[in-house]
Design a binder for this molecule. Structure first.
Ligand SMILES: [Zn+2]
Length: 85
């Protein structure tokens, strides 16, 4: 089990960018029982003790893309209405 947790910690330590959106890493905490990597997008990933890597704070990139898509739909729908008049 020690090898497994060590490999997960090493994997997280090797991430210089957010695994979800590619934003740069802004902080890295590497202590005996925990590794915490924080990224510019505010996402935070951690590997603790015997556990696997987990998303401590979720990357907001997907929500930004969802908002951008909704706005694009509003513009397209307004365009359709203008064309129909
Ligand atoms: Zn991110």
């Amino acid at each position: 089990m020690a090898l497994l947790s060590s490999n997960h910690a090493k994997k997280l330590l090797a991430q210089s960018r957010c695994p979800a959106c590619g934003a740069l890493r802004t902080e890295l905490i590497d202590e005996r029982m925990i590794v915490i990597a924080t990224f510019e997008c505010s996402a935070r990933f951690a590997a603790q003790g015997e556990r696997e890597i987990f998303a401590h704070t979720i990357c907001p990139a997907a929500s930004h893309i969802a908002a951008w898509t909704l706005n694009a739909e509003v513009v397209a729908e307004a365009g359709d209405k203008a064309g129909a008049e």
